[in-house]
Write a protein that binds this ligand. Structure first.
Ligand code: SDX
Length: 355
């Protein structure tokens, strides 16, 4: 029995390859470094969707259709916003997505990609007492998100981030989406499953606590003391470690490069790099049998903070990019026609649990 499904191969996929030993991420034949900062999120969506929607238009047409989908998402969201005001932004977004049509068409897919992009800025502005800003369908997707947030810069960095996190093999939330799609449920159901899994701090819920770690260390003024105390308490350092990568997550450096396109980073990046060095030494000293390196979430936190997102919205922004991967994997699984249904070992009363 493999309780974490470690090393269990549960699918064949054309979508992405995560090489944990080499520290390499390939998305539909393209190494991440060729995509992040070079391809737009819309072009990456087009890349991921190829072969899974018969009516997939060229990337330019797809971008225009996605822009229109943002307008429709905004019109659908407006009456709901006041009803969601008391919920945390991630739960509010998930609630607003739940009633969306549960189909498997390209229009359904683009509506699901547009939804988080429109909802997160609108919900954040509402919680700040500001009116939501309507989308501009002529804008690029990431630029429009930054615009709806009320910011004038950061689109290029956000675009690189959305591309970087768009797909990543059979991570927990993508696997959840595939399980739901394997029952022949629709894309909204698959995306809701992905949203549920992504929220956990061991997965997509990590970047917010990275900011809390940096702020805690800055307040104490001693990274060694803070990190030692945390690890001695048996807690984990958010932004470090990975089930697959045994070397540095290639996305960490892709996001660091995107950070340099922002002028609001300032000394925060140098400080974070210092903390990262102290954390890696402490982890190596304590976990000598295990390689624990920086993962995608450490620099995600700095990038999203610098673009202007509050830390409680980071997981929602992660979903803004990963929703493309969830949809592509859901379509890939549904087209196999195969239901995912593993076995379990029954523990009779009083029998010891397996290690
Ligand atoms: C994402 O799968 C994906 O692809 C995910 C993702 C994606 O794009 O979808 O890459 C996104 O989820 C990145 C990970 C974000 N999470 C965090 O940053 C949270 C902190 N990291 C972890 O909790 C942990 O590293 C996991 C959950 C990410 C992976 O853990 P594993 O593979 O299940 O390893 P494990 O929990 O069995 O840990 C092995 C040992 C343990 O020590 P011992 O009990 O053997 O003494 O390593 C230790 C762990 O305590 N360890 C850590 C640690 N990560 C592992 N100790 C301190 N800090 C950490 N961050």
């Amino acid at each position: 029995m493999s309780s974490g499904l470690e090393d269990v191969v549960a699918a064949e996929t054309v979508l992405s390859d995560v090489d944990g030993e080499a520290g390499r991420l390939i998305i539909r034949g393209h190494p991440l470094e060729a995509l992040a900062g070079h391809w737009t999120f819309e072009q990456t969506v087009h890349l991921l969707f190829g072969g899974f929607f018969d009516d997939l238009p060229d990337p330019e047409r797809l971008a225009a259709t996605l822009g229109q989908a943002r307008v429709e998402a905004f019109d659908r969201a407006r009456p709901l916003l006041p009803l969601l005001a008391d919920l945390p932004v991630y739960d509010a977004m998930r609630t607003a997505i739940a009633p969306m049509p549960d189909g498997v068409t390209l229009d359904d897919a683009l509506r699901l990609i547009a939804a988080p992009a429109v909802l997160i800025p609108a919900l954040l502005r509402q919680s700040a007492g500001q009116d939501p800003i309507a989308p501009d369908p002529s804008c690029g997707h990431a630029d429009d998100v930054v615009r709806m947030l009320g910011r004038d810069k950061g689109g290029a960095a956000l675009d690189a981030y959305l591309v970087t996190v768009s797909d990543h093999g059979l991570n927990a939330s993508t696997f959840a989406a595939r399980v739901v799609a394997s029952t022949q449920a629709g894309l909204t159901s698959a995306v809701l499953a992905g949203l549920g899994a992504l929220k956990g701090p061991l997965h997509g819920g990590a970047p917010g606590p990275v900011i809390e770690m940096l702020d805690g260390i800055a307040a104490e003024g001693d990274a060694h003391a803070w990190i030692d105390r945390t690890l001695n308490h048996g807690d984990r350092l958010m932004g470090f470690g990975h089930r697959i990568y045994r070397v540095r997550d290639p996305r960490a450096d892709a996001l660091k490069a995107a950070l340099h396109t922002l002028d609001r980073v300032g000394g925060r990046l140098e400080f974070a790099e210092q903390v990262e060095r102290v954390a890696l030494v402490a982890l190596r000293q304590r976990k000598q049998s295990r390689v624990i390196e920086t993962n995608v979430e450490f620099y995600t936190a700095l990038l999203l903070e610098a673009v202007g997102f509050p830390k409680e919205s980071f997981t929602g922004v992660f979903a803004m990019g990963r929703v493309a991967g969830w949809i592509a994997h859901a379509r890939e699984q549904a087209l196999t026609g195969r239901l995912i249904r593993p076995k379990s070992v029954y523990l009779e009363e009083g029998r010891a649990r397996a290690a």
